[in-house]
Design a protein around this ligand. Structure first.
Ligand SMILES: Nc1ncnc2c1ncn2[C@@H]1O[C@H](COP(=O)(O)OP(=O)(O)OP(=O)(O)O)[C@@H](O)[C@H]1O
Length: 262
């Protein structure tokens, strides 16, 4: 579903601020893989997701999504394949629009302009059903402005929007980091439910090693622009946080204080 082949990205090349953010990343995901991504600050995690989403073009290497070479495809075209949720709850939704309108916008992804409006009327019932699944009572507030929702409710709606039209890839960039622990847990449970129900191929960045172990069927750890640990289903299921730290030390050749704190 996703092939990342030896990708490189350097910011400000040749200047004093040069930053080699990705230094030869290789990763292949199968359909339905749910991969958690961890690593210390500045390891290249967000840059990896941005490279896949097309926020910028990579310097070297190749990216393929569902058999399509997207390496040189602009971000707005790639958006048809990708659902994204960011850390900032304000980012994925339009605060001045109603919940229902936000969902309608999300449902347009990948559809031709002429077909878009014709879907709207019959969609209300579908949106209501989808909101009910969130179990936050939002199905009775479809005409409320999204700006009135709490951060957690807003992230839940963003998740729904990102998955309403099944994306080829779901990219989650610390999407629960700005939420209080209880709400973060709810949104993580919802994430897992949506990923499983829709068999979504997912990359989820987290700073929480316990969450990285609890969720998904594969875990990668990045360090200095490279993947230094890659553990799959069986092995991952038997790991605990100290095991992860030991693997990190082995892969990165050093101990990271930040990792120890997370
Ligand atoms: N648009 C950009 N312009 C310049 N430098 C950037 C840009 N994006 C990322 N970088 C740099 O690339 C490196 C990797 O950053 P990235 O955000 O991918 O790390 P990260 O692993 O997501 O870290 P964090 O956990 O702190 O979010 C950092 O040194 C960062 O400052």
């Amino acid at each position: 579903m996703l092939i990342i082949d030896n990708i490189h990205k350097t910011f400000f090349p040749g200047s004093v601020n040069e930053k080699r953010a990705l230094q030869g990343v290789n990763l292949t995901l199968q359909d339905g893989d749910f991969v958690t991504v961890i690593g210390s600050n500045g390891a290249g995690k967000s840059t990896l997701l941005n490279a896949v989403a097309g926020t910028f073009f990579i310097d070297e290497g190749r990216i393929e999504i569902d058999g399509v070479d997207v390496t040189r495809m602009p971000e707005h075209e790639r958006a048809r394949y990708i659902g994204r949720v960011f850390q900032d709850p304000m980012k994925g939704t339009a605060g001045k629009m109603m919940i229902e309108e936000n969902l309608a916008l999300a449902s347009w992804r990948g559809k031709r302009l002429g077909l878009r409006w014709s879907f709207q009327a019959q969609q209300s019932a579908q949106f209501k059903e989808a909101l009910k699944e969130l179990d936050l009572g939002l199905e009775d507030r479809m005409s409320a402005h999204v700006g009135l929702l709490s951060g957690g409710q807003r992230q839940a709606v963003t998740l729904l929007m990102a998955t309403l039209v099944k994306p080829k890839l779901l990219l989650l960039d610390e999407h629960t980091a700005a939420l209080d622990p209880k709400t973060a847990e709810k949104v993580l449970q919802l994430t897992e439910r949506l990923v499983k129900a829709n068999h979504l191929t997912t990359l989820m960045i987290t700073h929480n090693m316990r969450d990285a172990l609890r969720f998904g069927n594969r875990l990668i750890m990045m360090h200095q622009g490279r993947i230094v640990v890659d553990v799959k289903a069986e092995e991952k299921a038997h790991l605990d946080v100290p095991d992860l730290l030991a693997l990190f030390e082995k892969g990165a050749g050093e101990v990271s204080d930040e990792m120890l704190l997370s």
